[in-house]
Design a protein around this ligand. Sequence first.
Ligand code: SF4
Length: 349
Amino acid sequence: MIKTIIDKLYKYNCLEKEEIIYLLKNLDEKSREYLINKAYSTRLKSYGKTVFLRGLIEVTNFCTKTCLYCGIRAENTNADRYRLTKEEIISSCENGYNLGYKTFVLQGGEDPFFTDEFLVELITEIKYKFPECAVTLSLGEKSYESYKKLYDAGADRYLLRHETANPKLYSSLHPKMSFENRITCLKNLKKIGYQVGAGFLIGLPNQTIEDLAMDLLFLKNLKPHMVGIGPFIPQKDTPLRNEKGGDSYTTITLLSIIRLLLPDVLLPATTALGTIDSTGREKAFKAGANVIMPNLSPFECRAKYSLYDGKVFTDNESAEEKRKIEEKIKNAGFEPVMVRGDNITWKRI
Ligand code: SF4
Protein backbone atom coordinates (compact mmCIF):
# COMPACT_ATOMS: atom_id res chain seq x y z
CA MET A 1 0.00 0.00 0.00
CA ILE A 2 2.70 2.51 1.04
CA LYS A 3 4.81 1.75 -2.03
CA THR A 4 1.75 2.22 -4.26
CA ILE A 5 1.13 5.64 -2.71
CA ILE A 6 4.76 6.70 -3.15
CA ASP A 7 4.77 5.45 -6.75
CA LYS A 8 1.60 7.44 -7.44
CA LEU A 9 3.16 10.54 -5.89
CA TYR A 10 6.30 10.09 -8.00
CA LYS A 11 4.41 9.50 -11.23
CA TYR A 12 1.53 11.99 -10.92
CA ASN A 13 2.86 14.52 -8.36
CA CYS A 14 -0.39 14.45 -6.42
CA LEU A 15 -2.12 12.57 -3.62
CA GLU A 16 -5.48 12.63 -1.88
CA LYS A 17 -5.61 13.85 1.71
CA GLU A 18 -6.28 10.34 3.05
CA GLU A 19 -3.26 9.01 1.16
CA ILE A 20 -0.99 11.69 2.64
CA ILE A 21 -2.27 10.91 6.12
CA TYR A 22 -1.78 7.19 5.56
CA LEU A 23 1.75 7.83 4.29
CA LEU A 24 2.70 10.03 7.24
CA LYS A 25 1.26 7.61 9.76
CA ASN A 26 2.72 4.42 8.32
CA LEU A 27 6.17 5.22 6.97
CA ASP A 28 8.82 2.84 8.25
CA GLU A 29 12.58 3.15 7.67
CA LYS A 30 12.48 1.22 4.41
CA SER A 31 9.55 3.05 2.85
CA ARG A 32 10.93 6.39 4.02
CA GLU A 33 14.17 5.62 2.23
CA TYR A 34 12.17 4.73 -0.89
CA LEU A 35 10.29 8.04 -0.63
CA ILE A 36 13.52 10.04 -0.24
CA ASN A 37 15.08 8.25 -3.23
CA LYS A 38 12.06 9.19 -5.36
CA ALA A 39 12.38 12.81 -4.22
CA TYR A 40 16.07 12.69 -5.07
CA SER A 41 15.44 11.49 -8.63
CA THR A 42 12.76 14.16 -9.04
CA ARG A 43 15.15 16.93 -8.00
CA LEU A 44 17.74 15.51 -10.44
CA LYS A 45 15.19 15.88 -13.26
CA SER A 46 14.27 19.49 -12.37
CA TYR A 47 17.48 21.05 -11.06
CA GLY A 48 20.16 18.35 -11.23
CA LYS A 49 22.52 18.36 -8.27
CA THR A 50 22.47 22.14 -8.01
CA VAL A 51 22.21 23.90 -4.66
CA PHE A 52 21.62 27.65 -5.05
CA LEU A 53 23.26 29.96 -2.52
CA ARG A 54 21.32 33.11 -1.56
CA GLY A 55 22.63 35.91 0.64
CA LEU A 56 20.29 36.61 3.55
CA ILE A 57 20.20 40.12 5.04
CA GLU A 58 18.11 40.52 8.19
CA VAL A 59 17.16 44.17 7.79
CA THR A 60 15.15 44.76 10.99
CA ASN A 61 14.06 42.87 14.07
CA PHE A 62 11.32 45.36 14.93
CA CYS A 63 7.88 43.87 14.43
CA THR A 64 4.37 45.05 15.20
CA LYS A 65 3.01 41.48 15.29
CA THR A 66 2.93 39.08 18.23
CA CYS A 67 3.14 35.57 16.73
CA LEU A 68 3.34 33.32 19.77
CA TYR A 69 6.40 31.33 18.62
CA CYS A 70 8.59 34.21 17.48
CA GLY A 71 11.51 35.68 19.40
CA ILE A 72 11.18 39.13 17.83
CA ARG A 73 7.42 39.48 18.51
CA ALA A 74 6.42 42.99 19.55
CA GLU A 75 5.73 42.00 23.16
CA ASN A 76 9.21 40.60 23.77
CA THR A 77 10.81 43.36 25.82
CA ASN A 78 14.05 41.35 26.05
CA ALA A 79 14.72 41.59 22.31
CA ASP A 80 17.62 43.89 21.53
CA ARG A 81 16.10 45.77 18.59
CA TYR A 82 17.95 47.06 15.54
CA ARG A 83 17.19 48.16 12.04
CA LEU A 84 19.72 48.57 9.28
CA THR A 85 20.05 51.82 7.38
CA LYS A 86 19.79 51.91 3.61
CA GLU A 87 23.57 52.31 3.45
CA GLU A 88 24.13 49.28 5.70
CA ILE A 89 21.82 47.14 3.55
CA ILE A 90 23.53 48.22 0.34
CA SER A 91 26.92 47.58 1.88
CA SER A 92 25.81 44.06 2.93
CA CYS A 93 24.72 43.48 -0.70
CA GLU A 94 28.09 44.78 -1.90
CA ASN A 95 29.87 42.43 0.46
CA GLY A 96 27.74 39.54 -0.84
CA TYR A 97 28.21 40.56 -4.46
CA ASN A 98 31.97 40.52 -4.03
CA LEU A 99 31.66 36.99 -2.66
CA GLY A 100 29.69 35.98 -5.76
CA TYR A 101 26.08 36.10 -4.52
CA LYS A 102 23.45 36.80 -7.17
CA THR A 103 20.37 36.84 -4.91
CA PHE A 104 19.82 39.03 -1.89
CA VAL A 105 17.03 38.06 0.49
CA LEU A 106 15.89 41.06 2.54
CA GLN A 107 14.10 39.67 5.57
CA GLY A 108 12.61 41.41 8.58
CA GLY A 109 9.70 41.84 10.94
CA GLU A 110 6.69 43.95 10.01
CA ASP A 111 8.39 47.26 10.72
CA PRO A 112 6.48 50.46 9.76
CA PHE A 113 9.81 52.28 9.46
CA PHE A 114 10.30 50.40 6.17
CA THR A 115 7.73 52.39 4.21
CA ASP A 116 6.93 51.71 0.56
CA GLU A 117 8.92 54.81 -0.36
CA PHE A 118 11.97 53.63 1.58
CA LEU A 119 11.76 50.14 0.08
CA VAL A 120 11.21 51.38 -3.48
CA GLU A 121 14.30 53.57 -3.17
CA LEU A 122 16.29 50.72 -1.67
CA ILE A 123 15.26 48.12 -4.27
CA THR A 124 15.86 50.60 -7.11
CA GLU A 125 19.38 51.25 -5.85
CA ILE A 126 20.18 47.55 -5.40
CA LYS A 127 18.93 46.81 -8.92
CA TYR A 128 20.93 49.75 -10.31
CA LYS A 129 24.15 48.65 -8.61
CA PHE A 130 23.74 44.90 -9.17
CA PRO A 131 21.52 44.55 -12.25
CA GLU A 132 22.10 40.84 -12.70
CA CYS A 133 21.05 40.03 -9.13
CA ALA A 134 17.63 38.97 -7.90
CA VAL A 135 15.98 40.64 -4.91
CA THR A 136 13.81 38.53 -2.63
CA LEU A 137 11.69 40.22 0.03
CA SER A 138 10.38 38.66 3.22
CA LEU A 139 8.76 41.55 5.05
CA GLY A 140 5.33 40.23 5.93
CA GLU A 141 1.81 41.21 5.00
CA LYS A 142 1.17 44.30 2.87
CA SER A 143 -1.58 45.63 0.63
CA TYR A 144 -1.83 44.71 -3.05
CA GLU A 145 -0.74 48.25 -3.92
CA SER A 146 2.38 48.07 -1.75
CA TYR A 147 3.40 44.67 -3.15
CA LYS A 148 2.87 46.05 -6.66
CA LYS A 149 5.07 49.11 -6.03
CA LEU A 150 7.90 46.90 -4.76
CA TYR A 151 7.56 44.54 -7.73
CA ASP A 152 7.62 47.47 -10.14
CA ALA A 153 10.75 48.75 -8.40
CA GLY A 154 12.44 45.46 -9.31
CA ALA A 155 11.77 42.97 -6.49
CA ASP A 156 11.63 39.48 -8.00
CA ARG A 157 10.51 37.17 -5.22
CA TYR A 158 8.49 37.34 -2.01
CA LEU A 159 8.54 34.87 0.84
CA LEU A 160 5.45 34.73 3.04
CA ARG A 161 4.99 31.45 4.86
CA HIS A 162 1.37 30.57 5.43
CA GLU A 163 2.66 29.02 8.73
CA THR A 164 -0.24 26.54 8.99
CA ALA A 165 -3.17 25.82 6.69
CA ASN A 166 -5.45 25.06 9.64
CA PRO A 167 -7.34 28.34 10.23
CA LYS A 168 -8.06 27.48 13.89
CA LEU A 169 -4.44 26.65 14.66
CA TYR A 170 -3.40 29.77 12.74
CA SER A 171 -5.60 32.05 14.83
CA SER A 172 -4.45 30.45 18.10
CA LEU A 173 -0.83 31.32 17.24
CA HIS A 174 -1.29 34.70 15.57
CA PRO A 175 -3.21 37.14 17.78
CA LYS A 176 -5.00 39.86 15.86
CA MET A 177 -3.96 38.40 12.51
CA SER A 178 -6.26 36.93 9.91
CA PHE A 179 -5.70 33.65 8.10
CA GLU A 180 -7.87 34.93 5.23
CA ASN A 181 -5.66 37.98 4.83
CA ARG A 182 -2.54 35.80 4.80
CA ILE A 183 -3.97 33.78 1.93
CA THR A 184 -5.13 36.94 0.12
CA CYS A 185 -1.56 38.27 0.37
CA LEU A 186 -0.16 35.10 -1.17
CA LYS A 187 -2.71 35.22 -4.00
CA ASN A 188 -1.99 38.92 -4.61
CA LEU A 189 1.73 38.25 -4.79
CA LYS A 190 1.12 35.57 -7.42
CA LYS A 191 -1.24 37.81 -9.38
CA ILE A 192 1.35 40.60 -9.48
CA GLY A 193 3.97 38.26 -10.92
CA TYR A 194 6.40 37.59 -8.08
CA GLN A 195 8.04 34.25 -7.58
CA VAL A 196 6.15 33.43 -4.42
CA GLY A 197 7.28 31.43 -1.43
CA ALA A 198 4.88 29.87 1.07
CA GLY A 199 5.64 27.36 3.80
CA PHE A 200 4.85 26.14 7.28
CA LEU A 201 6.19 25.25 10.70
CA ILE A 202 6.53 21.65 11.85
CA GLY A 203 5.94 20.52 15.41
CA LEU A 204 3.72 23.39 16.54
CA PRO A 205 1.77 22.74 19.76
CA ASN A 206 -1.52 20.97 18.93
CA GLN A 207 -0.52 20.40 15.30
CA THR A 208 -1.72 17.03 13.99
CA ILE A 209 -0.79 14.81 11.05
CA GLU A 210 -4.08 15.94 9.47
CA ASP A 211 -2.87 19.55 9.77
CA LEU A 212 0.37 18.65 8.00
CA ALA A 213 -1.62 16.94 5.24
CA MET A 214 -3.65 20.15 4.89
CA ASP A 215 -0.40 22.12 4.61
CA LEU A 216 0.84 19.86 1.83
CA LEU A 217 -2.43 20.08 -0.08
CA PHE A 218 -2.53 23.83 0.43
CA LEU A 219 0.88 24.07 -1.24
CA LYS A 220 -0.15 21.76 -4.06
CA ASN A 221 -3.15 23.97 -4.69
CA LEU A 222 -1.32 27.32 -4.43
CA LYS A 223 1.63 26.13 -6.57
CA PRO A 224 4.20 28.52 -5.09
CA HIS A 225 7.61 28.88 -6.77
CA MET A 226 9.39 28.43 -3.43
CA VAL A 227 8.53 26.58 -0.25
CA GLY A 228 10.22 27.18 3.09
CA ILE A 229 9.45 24.72 5.85
CA GLY A 230 11.23 24.29 9.13
CA PRO A 231 10.86 22.84 12.59
CA PHE A 232 9.26 25.05 15.23
CA ILE A 233 11.99 25.76 17.80
CA PRO A 234 10.89 27.27 21.12
CA GLN A 235 12.38 30.65 22.03
CA LYS A 236 12.95 31.46 25.70
CA ASP A 237 11.15 34.83 25.71
CA THR A 238 7.95 33.65 24.05
CA PRO A 239 4.72 32.14 25.43
CA LEU A 240 5.71 28.83 23.77
CA ARG A 241 9.07 28.63 25.56
CA ASN A 242 8.26 25.31 27.26
CA GLU A 243 6.83 23.51 24.24
CA LYS A 244 8.58 20.59 22.61
CA GLY A 245 9.33 21.78 19.08
CA GLY A 246 9.64 20.01 15.74
CA ASP A 247 12.13 17.32 14.73
CA SER A 248 14.53 16.84 11.87
CA TYR A 249 13.15 13.41 10.87
CA THR A 250 9.64 14.73 10.13
CA THR A 251 11.00 17.88 8.47
CA ILE A 252 13.07 15.83 6.04
CA THR A 253 10.19 13.46 5.29
CA LEU A 254 7.98 16.47 4.51
CA LEU A 255 10.67 18.04 2.31
CA SER A 256 10.73 14.89 0.20
CA ILE A 257 6.93 14.90 -0.15
CA ILE A 258 6.98 18.58 -1.18
CA ARG A 259 9.64 17.87 -3.82
CA LEU A 260 7.37 15.17 -5.23
CA LEU A 261 4.20 17.28 -5.10
CA LEU A 262 5.92 20.30 -6.69
CA PRO A 263 8.82 18.97 -8.78
CA ASP A 264 9.99 22.44 -9.94
CA VAL A 265 9.86 24.19 -6.58
CA LEU A 266 12.82 26.00 -5.03
CA LEU A 267 13.17 24.34 -1.66
CA PRO A 268 15.55 25.69 0.98
CA ALA A 269 17.36 23.60 3.54
CA THR A 270 16.62 26.04 6.34
CA THR A 271 18.81 27.37 9.14
CA ALA A 272 16.23 26.09 11.65
CA LEU A 273 16.80 22.56 10.38
CA GLY A 274 20.58 23.07 10.61
CA THR A 275 20.06 24.29 14.18
CA ILE A 276 18.32 21.16 15.48
CA ASP A 277 20.41 18.71 13.44
CA SER A 278 24.03 19.46 12.54
CA THR A 279 23.77 17.34 9.37
CA GLY A 280 20.13 18.24 8.74
CA ARG A 281 20.80 20.36 5.70
CA GLU A 282 22.90 17.69 4.00
CA LYS A 283 20.06 15.21 4.60
CA ALA A 284 17.64 17.80 3.23
CA PHE A 285 19.56 18.08 -0.06
CA LYS A 286 19.21 14.32 -0.51
CA ALA A 287 15.48 14.65 0.15
CA GLY A 288 15.05 17.29 -2.56
CA ALA A 289 16.09 20.65 -1.05
CA ASN A 290 18.05 22.83 -3.46
CA VAL A 291 18.60 26.22 -1.81
CA ILE A 292 20.65 27.46 1.13
CA MET A 293 20.68 30.98 2.53
CA PRO A 294 23.90 31.98 4.30
CA ASN A 295 23.79 35.15 6.36
CA LEU A 296 25.15 38.42 4.95
CA SER A 297 23.81 40.63 7.77
CA PRO A 298 26.37 42.73 9.64
CA PHE A 299 27.95 40.35 12.14
CA GLU A 300 26.89 42.32 15.23
CA CYS A 301 23.18 42.02 14.27
CA ARG A 302 23.06 38.28 13.72
CA ALA A 303 22.55 37.25 17.35
CA LYS A 304 19.83 39.89 17.74
CA TYR A 305 17.71 38.37 14.95
CA SER A 306 16.76 35.62 17.33
CA LEU A 307 13.51 34.10 16.07
CA TYR A 308 14.24 30.94 18.06
CA ASP A 309 16.89 29.67 20.45
CA GLY A 310 20.24 28.19 19.42
CA LYS A 311 20.18 29.59 15.86
CA VAL A 312 23.39 28.73 14.02
CA PHE A 313 25.01 31.92 12.83
CA THR A 314 28.50 32.26 14.19
CA ASP A 315 30.93 30.04 12.37
CA ASN A 316 29.61 28.03 9.45
CA GLU A 317 26.62 30.28 8.75
CA SER A 318 28.52 33.44 7.81
CA ALA A 319 28.99 34.36 4.19
CA GLU A 320 32.65 34.97 4.89
CA GLU A 321 32.89 31.25 5.47
CA LYS A 322 31.19 30.53 2.20
CA ARG A 323 33.94 28.14 1.19
CA LYS A 324 33.14 25.90 4.17
CA ILE A 325 29.47 25.86 3.19
CA GLU A 326 30.38 25.00 -0.41
CA GLU A 327 32.63 22.24 0.84
CA LYS A 328 29.79 20.76 2.91
CA ILE A 329 27.46 20.83 -0.10
CA LYS A 330 30.09 19.14 -2.27
CA ASN A 331 30.82 16.54 0.39
CA ALA A 332 27.13 15.68 0.45
CA GLY A 333 27.37 15.01 -3.33
CA PHE A 334 25.83 18.27 -4.61
CA GLU A 335 27.00 21.28 -6.58
CA PRO A 336 26.94 24.75 -4.96
CA VAL A 337 25.99 27.39 -7.53
CA MET A 338 25.96 31.18 -7.31
CA VAL A 339 23.60 32.26 -10.06
CA ARG A 340 20.21 34.00 -9.70
CA GLY A 341 18.59 30.58 -9.64
CA ASP A 342 15.03 31.51 -10.61
CA ASN A 343 12.28 28.93 -10.54
CA ILE A 344 12.48 27.27 -13.96
CA THR A 345 8.81 28.00 -14.70
CA TRP A 346 8.96 31.76 -13.89
CA LYS A 347 9.28 34.78 -16.19
CA ARG A 348 8.87 38.42 -15.16
CA ILE A 349 5.63 39.92 -16.50
S1 SF4 B 1 6.86 35.64 12.80
FE1 SF4 B 1 7.17 37.45 11.53
S2 SF4 B 1 5.29 38.66 11.76
FE2 SF4 B 1 5.32 37.18 13.44
S3 SF4 B 1 6.27 38.29 15.15
FE3 SF4 B 1 7.91 37.18 14.08
S4 SF4 B 1 8.75 38.61 12.61
FE4 SF4 B 1 6.77 39.41 13.29
